[in-house]
Design a protein around this ligand. Structure first.
Ligand SMILES: [Zn+2]
Length: 418
């Protein structure tokens, strides 16, 4: 172990070089055009380390069927699965995604290369989530060079379209049965907490119908936007009820420190509204859209029923309102028991390498990992390289601390060889 840690300590520059090579492959989505290039790069690294590598491209027909709103995106949806048997008893699945969100013009450094400055590495994807991959490659080559036998056989799934979803490469691999394992570590997360749970996500849409007419005699038409007001009030009443609920799962450190909310909570949002074509035309349709994040203790069917009941109440009070509602199940919630031996093992190693008590917590957002967990039933946790409040994931000047890269390399090294 000491030899491994010393070796890893001497490989920081190599890890940064690998990360730089990954960041220089622009895998931003939309559109996601360089996925194959990134996967080929990762595949060649893993093949050199005696992994059996399979490239799995999601068929276009499936991609469009499962992601109807993403039909316009060009490029092959490539992913890889790499396995190596070390004659261990158990298989560990390690996953993260190689796609990134786009970069704005306001970066202070070039986004698609690594810049080292003030003890940090800047570049799009360094925190979310290419840094973990670079650290993993360093650990795997250390294990190979030092001839160390890991405690697990490995199944490494590197996937894409996590930043777009809902049906990402990881979902596809889960459905193909490629995620065979006993334990699941996702590197898509930060080092603030060990994420063992996440909220589910329902996308809802309500169309409120009216009748278009010349606005000068608007009393002869039905104004769909005005009819939407009681509908929105009904939604806000439901929101107040829903958001009083709390899960038993602790919230992330960032949420509890910044919002004073200590456990996961459900939310209901109205996030889009669209209606009307011109000032002098009574609008004949108004479309409201939003999402409902639901805690692991709630069920998709109950979430929909509650939405439907709220709309029935609106119609009881306002019989003249004509509306249609739909609810789409985007991601299920995820929950792995905090006392599960796998979670405890990840926590033990994370505590050791960070020197603090890393808590197990839930994510308010929804993860494609949850889909994989639903399909495979694996005990899963997420632990990553960045820091929630300073890494700027999905923002300008995304960065990680060099010391965190060293920490994460040690985390993987200890976890794999303990
Ligand atoms: Zn991510």
């Amino acid at each position: 172990m000491q030899a491994l840690l010393e070796y890893l300590g001497s490989k920081t520059n190599e890890t940064i070089r690998t990360l730089d090579e990954l960041v220089r492959i622009p895998t931003q989505v939309p559109p996601g055009e360089n996925y194959e290039k990134a996967m080929d790069y990762a595949a060649s690294k893993l093949k050199d380390l005696d992994f059996k590598v399979e490239k799995l491209i999601m068929p276009r027909v499936l991609f469009e069927k499962k992601n109807p709103r993403l039909k316009h995106l060009s490029g092959e949806r490539a992913n890889i699965c790499a396995t190596r048997n070390f004659d261990a008893d158990k298989i560990l699945l390690i996953n993260t995604h190689l796609d990134v969100v786009p970069a704005s013009a306001s970066w202070s450094v070039p986004p698609f290369e690594c810049t080292e400055k003030d003890g940090r590495i800047f570049g799009r994807g360094v925190a979310d989530s290419k840094g973990g991959v670079a650290a993993l490659f360093t650990v795997l080559s250390a294990i190979d060079e030092l001839d160390i036998k890991p405690g697990y056989n490995l199944n490494i799934a590197l996937t894409t379209d996590e930043e777009m979803g809902p049906y990402s490469g990881l979902c596809y691999l889960a459905d193909l049965g490629k995620l065979k394992a006993d334990y699941f570590l996702s590197m898509d997360g930060d080092s603030d907490d060990i994420t063992i749970a996440s909220n589910g996500n329902v996308d809802w849409q309500i169309d409120v119908f009216g009748k278009s007419y010349h606005s000068g005699s608007s009393f002869l038409g039905v104004n769909a936007i005005e009819k939407s007001v009681p509908v929105m009030n009904g939604l806000l009443e439901l929101k107040a009820q829903v958001e009083k609920r709390r899960s038993k799962v602790p919230a992330s450190m960032a949420i509890s420190q910044n919002a004073g909310i200590d456990t996961l909570m459900p939310v209901l949002n109205i996030t889009m509204i669209n209606g009307g074509v011109k000032q002098n035309i009574v609008p004949d349709i108004c479309t409201l859209k939003g999402d409902r994040r639901y805690i692991p203790e709630e069920k998709f069917s109950d979430v929909c029923k509650e939405m439907n009941d709220a709309m029935s109440m609106v119609k009881d009070k306002h019989p003249d309102i004509d509306l249609k509602m739909s609810c789409d199940d985007i991601y299920a919630p995820m929950l792995t028991d905090m006392k599960h031996p796998w979670v405890q093992e990840v926590k033990r190693v994370a505590d050791e390498v960070t020197g603090r008590d890393v808590r197990c917590a839930g994510a308010q957002g929804s993860l494609d990992v949850a889909y994989a967990v639903k399909v495979t039933g694996l005990p899963a946790c997420c632990f990553g390289i960045g820091r929630r409040m300073e890494s700027n994931a999905h923002a300008d000047d995304e960065n990680i601390r060099v010391e965190d890269m060293v920490m994460f390399t040690k985390f993987l090294g200890k976890l794999l060889t303990n």
